[in-house]
Design a protein around this ligand. Structure first.
Ligand SMILES: N[C@@H](CCC(=O)N[C@@H](CS)C(=O)NCC(=O)O)C(=O)O
Length: 202
């Protein structure tokens, strides 16, 4: 498998899941600042993923699979013995899917104004206010649990990445100590260290 990523983006969640899986994989960076987006190998990225965004996963059969939530579950399902996702069809699996959907639509996408250099301070603060409500909820749900569902799943990879963005944007998460403890816990997982290194982030 080959992952197309941009360092520290939502694709990092998939990168961590690949490292957790123990499956062989390659990872190629995509320059999202360049127009058109181009891979490190010099290929116009839309010829690989017409959606134009990362992540995309090139499967061993030559097909491209997209959408982070789907990639996380695809990877987990290749290695059921690793138990990084509850078995398909179980209520716990649906709980994990609910987290993935929540993180995607209510957290990941809520960051958007904060990434736009020309967005007004008012728009950015409004986005942070929404995110703060989401973090309050997640902090409460997580409580003393180590991971979202108790034991580690691929949903934790996604939560970790969106939480690291607060730091990158110099927004304080001091109000949510359980989220900060979660990030620290994730940071010491070998898979996270491996993915961060491979993305040139440490
Ligand atoms: N729905 C997609 C969204 C992916 C996404 O937002 N990717 C961002 C990075 S975190 C991206 O590639 N943005 C650059 C662009 O859209 O041109 C998913 O969940 O995989």
């Amino acid at each position: 498998m080959k992952l197309y990523f941009s360092p520290g983006s939502c694709a990092l969640a998939v990168h961590i899941a690949l490292a957790e899986s123990g499956l062989p994989y390659e990872a190629e960076a995509v320059n999202l600042r360049e127009n058109p987006h181009t891979t490190a190998g010099g290929v116009v990225y839309t010829t690989i993923n017409p959606k134009g965004y990362v992540p995309a996963l090139l499967l061993d059969n030559g097909e491209i699979l997209t959408e982070g939530q789907v990639l996380l579950q695809y990877i987990a399902d290749q290695v059921p013995e690793k138990q990084i996702a509850p078995a398909a069809g179980t209520l716990k699996r649906y709980r994990m899917m609910a987290w993935l959907s929540f993180i995607s639509s209510e957290v990941h996408k809520a960051y958007k104004p904060l990434w736009i250099p020309t967005a007004s301070a008012e728009k950015k603060d409004a986005a942070w206010a929404v995110l703060s409500q989401r973090f309050e909820y997640i902090n409460h749900e997580l409580g003393n649990r180590e991971y979202l569902l108790g034991s580690f799943t691929v949903a934790d990879c996604y939560l970790y990445v969106v939480l690291t963005w607060a730091d990158r944007l110099k927004r304080s998460t001091d109000a949510w100590p359980d989220l900060q403890a979660f990030v620290k816990r994730m940071n010491i997982r070998p898979s996270v260290q491996k993915a961060l290194k491979e993305e040139g982030l440490i």
